[in-house]
Design a protein around this ligand. Structure first.
Ligand code: ZN
Length: 701
């Protein structure tokens, strides 16, 4: 674009009257009036925005439609949207149009438009929750190949339809974020409403060059430019520009190029990312509190979950948490045992499992016979280092392979120097992470995992990686029903802290919840049910387990062990189940150094991911539909019967007719899947087909 603007005397009205706009056209007019107002000032003429609006109207005539952007993003900050009074942040002309009786405003509080003409009522009837998707003015402009007339606006700043194309096409660097705020409608009624906007992931660097895109549109004659004096006017056929942008997005060319800021390569598959998270976090020393936990959460925030909030719960301010004493913040710098010659026989630097978790400081030289009282090992797994902690009683100790201990026992009088340099800080804090991903409903799904174990892979890093990757899956859902609350907490005390801070909210809004634990090995698929196995979560988990494996392991609450203990306790009563591959305590490597990066695999994590994802898919889609016909519908009319009989088609037909038989407006899709003993997604796919043919209707809301 030629940006040289010569100053010459020009009548601003001539610029408007000479715009290339025809009778009957639909025009999306975007403008920056600064230069026009400058012209008027130079020639001492009064600058009249109504002249511009009236001239445009005159040009298109009654069969045309004029659309002006009156965008305002304050709704996303929680500021109430007032249909009558919220001003445009995209130019004066829109605000002028909003003052006039002959223009009407569309409903979306973020991307709203002032509209005049033939399609005014239609456009103002649209009320899309998803601000850049179906049933939006963007879609209308796309499908009707609306002419975008751009006056003195730098195209590289304003081409918002790019984001619409990114949204409908789906791009890995943006997601649909839901915002909730008050909405005052045209009649002055106030209600709390939810609308979404496409936003960038914070952990990605996204560069786009809409100038390159615009030049491509010029080259392909989808756009052209006219210059009047120092004014530049672009004309763009919006519908025709969409396939060009789609191609650009597919080739990752100019519109959006995304790169993780941190450690991730965008080419990694989901299972590779899962494994990478486990591997990267493996060496860190985590506990109930301390810098290792912060390091773990910072890793997630910087590299993968840019919106993760890291909270610090002050121990001084909260000496107790419900019935529990809040443990002091523990950090450890050094721990070793050396012999008289200074040979380190055990060093925390080599494996952080060597230290008894929460050990106090010590510096003693004692014979082995005495040191032996402070050692922990496993007689039935003599090469493994056990994971042992003493959170609530002050002790010190070392953990080691039993084989080494037996060796040392041969010289009971030999002297050893045992050193532990650790701190217990009563003025410290307990750190946890929280990620909230809004849906259009206020009802919530809780996903909890723990961050308190040192170098062990399945218990607990598989859960950390899983919660992070599931968060990414949830972000990518375009229409997200539930609000997801994903928390990374130290086990037990963290759950109690989180409950202390959020219990009323959780009890009011949480409809289903999952603790993720030991979910990255290649063994079983299992769950621990809630106390009475009677919640929606229990039902969803049982269904998924039955269809994901031939040998589901469902444990009752009597075999609980992770944070389902707190979330399902009396006076809490949240609908929470724990999801695992092989359940904690049921694998030999459990709580030992053998729970390592060989035991957890990308394949095992992939299976775990499928398990959790299927649970989420059911929750998101478990609606109630009702058949519209009295008696069975005549399916042949709708082309729903397979006309060729082949393998599988008998099953399909039987499922189809059976599903119809239960679409009474009372059964959810999950109810029907259970009655038929067919996987949820098969029932769902058939129901979506019936819905597309309008044989059934959504009945729950
Ligand atoms: Zn554990």
């Amino acid at each position: 674009m030629n940006k040289k603007r010569q100053r010459e005397k020009i009548n601003y009205k001539d610029v408007i009257t000479s715009l290339e706009i025809n009778t009957g056209e639909t025009i999306f007019f975007t403008s920056n009036l600064t230069f026009l107002a400058y012209d008027a000032a130079i020639s001492k003429e009064e600058f009249d925005e109504n002249f511009i609006l009236d001239t445009l109207i005159e040009k298109i005539g009654p069969k045309g439609t004029l659309i002006l952007p009156v965008y305002n993003w304050d709704f996303c900050l929680g500021v109430p949207f007032d249909y009558k009074n919220t001003q445009s942040k995209t130019g004066h002309l829109g605000n002028q149009a909003l003052k006039r009786e002959d223009f009407k405003r569309t409903k979306n509080p973020i991307y709203s438009y002032a509209v005049w003409g033939k399609d005014k009522e239609y456009l103002c009837s649209l009320d899309p929750i998803i601000s850049l998707g179906k049933n939006t003015v963007f879609e209308y402009m796309h499908l009707n190949n609306v002419k975008n007339v751009v006056l003195d606006v730098d195209i590289s700043d304003h081409y918002t339809i790019c984001h619409y194309v990114e949204q409908i096409h789906g791009v890995p660097y943006r997601y649909n974020k839901y915002f909730k705020a008050d909405y005052i409608d045209e009649f002055g009624n106030i209600s709390r409403k939810t609308y979404s906007m496409s936003v960038r992931y914070l952990e990605l660097d996204v560069t786009s060059d809409t100038q390159i895109m615009y030049e491509e549109l010029l080259r392909q004659n989808i756009a052209y430019e006219r210059h009047i004096g120092h004014h530049i006017i672009s004309y763009i056929n919006m519908g025709d520009s969409v396939p060009i942008m789609e191609k650009d997005i597919l080739e990752n060319n100019a519109v959006g190029q995304a790169q993780y800021k941190g450690q991730f390569d965008k080419k990694l598959t989901s299972q590779e990312r899962l494994y990478k998270i486990v591997k990267d976090l493996f060496p860190i020393t985590r506990s109930l509190s301390g810098n290792g936990n912060r390091q773990t959460l910072n890793y997630l925030k910087e590299n993968y979950l840019g919106e993760l909030k890291i909270h610090e719960y002050s121990i001084a301010d909260n000496p107790s948490t419900f019935d529990w004493n809040t443990p002091y913040e523990w950090n450890i710098d050094e721990a070793y045992i050396e012999d008289e010659n200074g040979n380190k026989i055990i060093d925390f630097k080599n494996n952080n499992l060597h230290i008894l978790g929460y050990s106090e400081s010590v510096d003693v030289t004692i014979p082995f016979s005495e040191l032996d009282n402070y050692l922990y090992s496993l007689e039935d797994d003599i090469d493994a280092i056990p994971y042992t902690t003493s959170y609530y009683k002050t002790r010190w100790g070392f953990c080691l392979p039993h084989r080494l201990r037996e060796e040392l026992r041969k010289n009971p009088d030999k002297l050893y120097h045992a050193v532990i340099k650790s701190t217990h800080n009563k003025n410290g804090s307990i750190t946890y992470g929280e990620l909230i991903i809004n849906g259009y409903e206020d009802e919530e799904v809780l996903i909890s995992t723990y961050i308190c174990h040192p170098s062990m892979a399945n218990d607990n890093l598989s859960g950390v990686a899983m919660a992070a990757e599931i968060a990414k899956y949830i972000y990518a859902l375009l229409e997200r029903k539930y609000t997801y609350r994903i928390i990374f907490i130290p086990e037990t005390i963290g759950a109690l802290i989180y409950l202390k801070e959020n219990i009323n909210h959780l009890q009011k809004y949480v409809k289903a919840g999952f603790v993720l634990s030991c979910i990255g090995d290649e063994g079983d698929y299992s769950c621990v049910h809630s106390p009475y196995n009677n919640t929606l979560t229990d039902k969803v988990v049982t269904h998924v387990l039955k269809h994901i494996t031939d040998d589901p392991k469902e444990y009752s609450f009597l075999e609980r062990g992770s944070d389902e203990r707190q979330f399902c306790a009396p006076n809490v009563d949240l609908p929470v189940c724990t999801l695992s591959r092989t359940k904690f305590g049921k694998f030999n490597q459990y709580h030992t150094s053998n729970d390592n990066l060989d035991f957890v695999t990308a394949e095992g994590l992939k299976g775990g991911f499928e398990y959790v994802k299927k649970c989420i898919d059911i929750l998101e889609n478990n609606n109630i539909y009702k058949i519209k016909t009295v008696g069975e519908p005549q399916l042949g009319k709708y082309g729903l019967y397979p006309t060729i009989s082949q393998k599988g088609s008998a099953d399909y037909t039987r499922n189809l007719t059976n599903i119809i038989a239960y679409l009474n407006g009372k059964n959810t899709i999950l109810d029907i899947a259970e009655i038929l003993n067919v996987p949820f997604n098969e029932v769902m796919n058939i129901i979506y087909k019936l819905n597309n043919k309008k044989i059934i209707e959504l009945y729950n809301k």
